[in-house]
Design a protein around this ligand. Structure first.
Ligand code: UDP
Length: 462
């Protein structure tokens, strides 16, 4: 069957005894992807799923198969700025999500039958807690980042009391924080920078975030036990709610799952170019779906890649410089691609990433070692996990992006060569292969994440 737009079907499924789950993803590419994958897994285990997205997001979704009968996509009007331009006014976008979505979602929930057992929502939409409370419906949060990052946020007050937060005012950003349960010593520079500005409003927001957790039914993580055992063990004993690491929430390697494509941008098929490259020769470069990198840094990156003499595929959404002209026939520049497909291609031997959590997990599950180029938020902490904890990558830069601090082309060329060839590179490949296998096993029947998914459903049925 050809790929098709997903129809909106709103009729209830009569007489079904399975739990009714209403999923509310945060309307952004990096949040929609794991929530949709979670929904498809839950649906494959029998749950009734209703997914609430904006009309714009609905129009982006395609599928090669009929959607499973127990899944329905429901839409609300486009009350927020478009996904394709949200980076231009990040604060405005966040404010719109916080102030305009609740009312239409609330109205939509009235039309859902049978009765809703639970709302599964992205933790970055705190208004869901108030709406669900009014309706007497329990909420399970999907935390779309690393369990390690959750532990840092969870201990925000301790960080505050020790003067290690906000990072900007810290005297020594190179100082290590070594008291966060389940988190190995981390430089202040590499803590998540939700803690950046230090305005009291921002601090209050981060604390509010964790009050939501206290009232939740449970918390789902897009991680698996074997990837972050210390953080998950620590959180299991500290958080007063059940936690279920059910990741990796990726479109593979579970081909039995229904795959719903959730790309906001049309993807360019890179297969024929990749087919013509030698095995393991190509570096895949992608800096995510949100932030843009300053022109000067893009230029150094381009020169660095050219000097490194590696082959590369570069996803540049809106390049601030003319990359296509600069890149030689060893480099392909595309506006968007199917990242999961590209990473799985045998010609790809490295991944230069901004360390968004989805990209990090996708890199691990394809066994591709990484060069870390964090930009903001949780990305520098993910970079630290990749390089220091798992030892499956090298840093290009660390800490949140600072426009004044540009990584120079020679440094870039050097680190690219170290990733792509030599003994150090072989060792990273060996280690990431072990993590990849562990991730696959976690999803198999009886694996840690599969068991957690079953336990989560059991908690709804009981
Ligand atoms: N992605 C993609 N094609 C691209 C670039 C990104 O499919 O050309 C996907 C990627 O696979 C990931 C998501 O977009 O699932 C980005 O999420 P992530 O958490 O890595 O970063 P964010 O964009 O949220 O910063």
């Amino acid at each position: 069957m050809a790929e098709q737009k997903i129809p909106v079907v709103q009729e209830p499924d009569p007489g079904h005894a399975e739990p009714m789950i209403v999923a509310i993803p945060y309307p952004g590419q990096g949040h929609i992807n794991p929530m949709m994958r979670l929904c498809m897994r839950l649906a494959s285990k029998g749950a009734l799923i209703r997914i609430v997205v904006t009309e714009e997001w609905l129009s982006f979704m395609t599928s090669a198969q009929e959607p499973p009968p127990n899944v329905r996509l429901l839409s609300i009007p486009n009350v927020i700025p478009s996904e394709l331009s949200r980076a231009a006014d990040w604060v405005g976008f966040v404010q719109a999500v916080n102030s305009t979505m609740e009312e239409p979602v609330d109205r939509l929930i009235d039309s859902i039958e049978p009765m809703v057992s639970v709302i599964v929502a992205d933790v970055y939409m705190p208004w869901v807690a108030d709406m669900a409370k009014r309706r007497g419906i329990p909420v399970t949060w999907l935390f779309p980042m690393a369990a390690t990052v959750f532990s840092v946020f969870y201990h925000c007050e301790v960080l505050l009391s020790k003067g290690h937060f906000p990072a900007n005012s810290s005297a020594n950003k190179e100082e290590y924080v070594d008291y966060i349960p389940g988190v190995s010593p981390t430089r202040i520079l590499e803590l998540p920078n939700l803690f950046k500005g230090g305005e009291s409003r921002e601090i209050a927001e981060s604390l509010k975030f964790f009050h939501q957790i206290q009232n939740a039914k449970s918390i789902l993580f897009n991680s698996f036990y074997e990837l972050e055992p210390s953080a998950i063990d620590a959180l299991s004993s500290l958080v007063p709610r059940p936690i279920f690491p059910v990741g990796p929430l990726i479109p593979f390697p579970a081909p039995k799952d229904h795959e719903l494509k959730t790309n906001a941008r049309p993807e360019l098929d890179c297969s024929s170019w990749l087919d013509s490259q030698p095995h393991g020769s190509t570096l895949y470069v992608s800096l995510g779906s949100v932030m843009l990198v300053p022109a000067k840094q893009m230029e150094e990156l381009a020169h660095g890649l050219i000097e490194s003499v590696t082959r590369f595929i570069w996803v540049a959404r809106e390049p601030s410089i003319n990359l296509r002209d600069m890149c030689t026939d060893r480099g392909l520049v595309v506006p968007w691609c199917s990242q999961s497909k590209v990473l799985r291609h045998p010609s790809v031997g490295g991944f230069l990433t901004h360390c968004g959590w989805n990209s990090t997990v996708e890199g691990v599950l394809t066994g591709v070692p990484m060069l870390t180029f964090p930009i903001y938020f949780d990305q520098q902490t993910n970079s630290k996990l990749i390089v220091d904890d798992w030892k499956v990558g090298l840093r290009v830069r660390s800490g949140p992006m600072d426009e004044m601090e540009v990584v120079d082309r020679r440094e870039i060329a050097n680190v690219v060569r170290r990733l792509m060839e030599g003994e150090e590179s072989k060792e990273m490949r060996r280690r990431i292969e072990e993590l990849r296998e562990a991730g696959e096993k976690a999803l198999e029947k009886g694996g840690s994440s599969d068991a957690n998914m079953n336990d989560f459903l059991k908690s709804l049925r009981s």
